[in-house]
Design a protein around this ligand. Structure first.
Ligand code: DHB
Ligand code: FE
Length: 279
C-alpha cells in the first residue's frame, strides 16, 4: 500500500527560482539561503520518495479572478511551468501521477472534502521553487508530483483547521491506494510577509518561530490560529502558511524534526523550511 513517509515545509520566494536559473546561488545574498538547503538535498537523495504530494498556491497564474477554487487537485498527466511575465522558468516539466490523483480525488470527495478536479494546469513559482530548493537543477524532476492548489490569494481563504483536517483526509486517501508508493508531502509558502501597501516588507521572526514550534509539536493548537492573527502578525501574505497545515495533517501526531532553517531576508519575506519524518 502507499504511505506517507515525511513532510517538507518550504517558502516559495520567486527570486530564489531566478537565482537558481541564472546561476547566482553562491553570491553574498543568495549563498546563505541555498546553504540552508544543502542538508535537504542530501536528505532527499536518501529519502527517495516515489511521489511528492505538493500543497501550494497559484498566484493568479493558472487561475485568475474569474475562477478561484478553494482546493484544486491536479489530476493531469503533466504540468508545464507557467509564464509569469518573464517566460516559463527553464526547469523540467512536472510529471503527474494520474492514478494516484484520481484515487485521492475520489477518496476526498467521498470523505466530504469537495475539492475541484483540475485536468489541465500550468504551475507557477509556488510549486516550482520548492522543487528547485529540494532538488537543485536536475534534467528531470526525480519523481512525479500530485499538486494541490489552495486559494490564499483572495478571501475567504480556508481556515488552518480545515487545512489540517484536509491533510488527515489526504493521508487516509494515500494509505488506501493499492500500489506500494512512498509519498513525501510538501507544504509551501510563507513565512511572514506583506507585499503591498503601508506594511509592505513586514517580517515577524518571533511569530514565525512560534508558528514553526506549534506546527511541529502542538499542531492541534497551531491549526486553530485565526485568519486575523495571520494578517496582524504575519502580514497579508502570511496566510499562505495555512498550507503548511495540510502537510502537517498528513503526518503522525508525533514527528521527528530532521532539519529546520530560517533566514531573513529573501526578497520581501523570511525563508522558512522544515523537514519532518513520520516515526
Ligand atoms: C514574494 C513572496 C511570495 O510568496 C510570492 O508569492 C511572491 C513574492 C517575495 O517576497 O518577493
Ligand atoms: Fe506566494
Amino acid at each position: 500500500m502507499a504511505y506517507v513517509s515525511s513532510g517538507v515545509a518550504c517558502s516559495h520566494v520567486p527570486v530564489l527560482g531566478v537565482a537558481s536559473d541564472t546561476g547566482i546561488t553562491g553570491d553574498d545574498y543568495y549563498g546563505p539561503i541555498f546553504k540552508g538547503f544543502e542538508f535537504s538535498k542530501q536528505w532527499m537523495e536518501k529519502e527517495k520518495p516515489d511521489v511528492i504530494f505538493l500543497v501550494y498556491n497559484d498566484h493568479c497564474t493558472a487561475f485568475d479572478a474569474r475562477i478561484i477554487p478553494t482546493f484544486a487537485l491536479g489530476c493531469a498527466e503533466q504540468y508545464a511551468p507557467a509564464d509569469e511575465g518573464w517566460g516559463p522558468r527553464p526547469v523540467p516539466i512536472v510529471q503527474g501521477h494520474q492514478a494516484l490523483s484520481a484515487h485521492i480525488a475520489q477518496s476526498l470527495i467521498l470523505d466530504s472534502f469537495d475539492i475541484t478536479v483540475i485536468n489541465e494546469m500550468e504551475v507557477d513559482h509556488g510549486l516550482t521553487v520548492p522543487l528547485t530548493m529540494m532538488f537543485g537543477k536536475p534534467d528531470e524532476w526525480p519523481c512525479p508530483v500530485v499538486p494541490l492548489a489552495v486559494n490564499v490569494v483572495q478571501y475567504p481563504a480556508p481556515l488552518g483547521s480545515r487545512c489540517y483536517a484536509l491533510g488527515k483526509a489526504i493521508r487516509k486517501a494515500i494509505e488506501s491506494f493499492p500500489d506500494d508508493l512512498k509519498v513525501c508531502v510538501f507544504g509551501t509558502g510563507g513565512m511572514s510577509h506583506q507585499l503591498q501597501h503601508e506594511r509592505a516588507g513586514l517580517i515577524n521572526s518571533a511569530w514565525d518561530d512560534r508558528f514553526m514550534n506549534l506546527l511541529v509539536n502542538e499542531p492541534d493548537k497551531g491549526s486553530m490560529i485565526e485568519h486575523v492573527e495571520y494578517l496582524r502578525e504575519a502580514g497579508s501574505e502570511g496566510i499562505e502558511l495555512v498550507m503548511w497545515y495540510v502537510m502537517r495533517g498528513a503526518l503522525n501526531e508525533n514527528v521527528e524534526e530532521m532539519h529546520r532553517f530560517y533566514h531573513v531576508p529573501a526578497s520581501n519575506t523570511a525563508v522558512g523550511h522544515l523537514i519532518l519524518e513520520n516515526r
